[in-house]
Design a protein around this ligand. Structure first.
Ligand code: BV8
Length: 245
């Protein structure tokens, strides 16, 4: 799999890298994507479940869906795509990974400079305002789970219509304004504001590289769109960057 010399040279000379991932990076770990063939949303529509309204009108159903995903994710391991991203982190003076995924697989693969911009499925938030904590129990015995204060717990995840965590958003926006290269991997470019990150980076002067099994709206503006599975493309790309380095 040969890559454009300009792409390789830029990745070798860059000092500031931002990577944005979506559910496609976890597909080869056996976790269904949201809008693909076996998409998570196929069985459940996003509007039915990933919204505060859905949660407060039917917490059991929403928690059943998250519990089902937690059980699936609990059996999943990082794949070579996650592994290469974790390796890249140590090779650049400035590196930030922004993930829309809530599965925690990037951290499991060793990534540390990570913004989980849509939250984390292993954390739960008390609806009564107590401290957010990890809810390790898998599967969850009592749905919906309760806080020690007696109030219902909710997944510590950003639902549609909810604001993204401001600290993570500010960290992400600063990095995308300053980076040399933004690599966007495994996202359909459908959900905002993350879908706008490649455009913002490019307007600020970065090279935008997309890795996906199919073209997306991001392909319109990407400098390079590498078609293929992340678990195949990332190792091949990184191999070439390091070899010629
Ligand atoms: C907000 C958490 C401010 C739940 C998720 C109209 C226009 C623009 C914006 C809006 C609008 N109307 C409403 C909005 C805002 C809304 C939005 O974007 N709506 C969409 C539907 C248009 N956004 C919000 O509400 C956000 N908040 O804007 O705050 C605000 C505040 C108050 C009031 C108003 C505004 C919050 C968005 C976060 C929602 N939460 N998830 C959960 O995970 O359970 S979104 C959900 O989608 C996941 O987080 C997921 O990560 C995200 C994006 O999906 P993808 O990751 O891209 O997954 P998808 O299946 O779509 O694509 C997978 C891709 O991988 C495909 O391209 C496929 O080809 C590729 N692939 C597959 N296999 C592989 C692969 N690639 C490589 N290798 C492979 N092997």
């Amino acid at each position: 799999m040969g890559f454009e010399p300009k792409l390789i040279a830029t990745l070798q000379q860059a000092t500031r890298i931002v990577i944005v991932t979506g559910s496609g990076i976890s597909a080869e770990s056996g976790i269904p994507t949201f809008r693909g063939e076996d998409g998570l949303w196929k069985k459940y529509r996003a509007e039915e479940l990933a919204t505060p309204e859905a949660f407060y009108s039917n917490p059991e159903l929403v928690w059943e869906w998250y519990d089902w995903r937690r059980q699936l994710i609990g059996k999943a391991e990082p794949n070579p795509g996650h592994d290469v991203i974790a390796m890249m982190e140590g090779e650049y003076p400035e590196f930030l990974l922004i993930t829309q995924n809530v599965d925690g697989l990037h951290r499991k693969a060793g990534s540390r400079n990570v913004v989980e911009i849509h939250g984390n499925i292993w954390r739960a938030r008390c609806t009564g305002g107590c401290e957010t904590s990890y809810l390790e129990e898998n599967p969850i015995t009592q749905l919906p789970p309760k806080c020690n204060c007696g109030a219902m717990l909710r997944p510590d995840i950003v639902w549609f219509g909810e604001s993204l965590p401001i600290e993570g958003l500010l960290r992400a926006e600063k990095a995308i304004q300053e980076c040399d290269v933004l690599i966007v991997i495994g996202t359909s470019g459908y959900v905002y504001p993350v879908a706008s990150f490649p455009m913002i980076a490019q307007a600020a002067g970065a090279m935008v590289v997309e890795i996906n099994i199919e073209r997306t709206p991001i392909s319109q503006i990407a400098d390079f769109t590498l078609l293929g599975k992340a678990g195949d493309v990332l190792p091949a790309l990184w191999n070439e960057v390091v070899q010629k380095g």
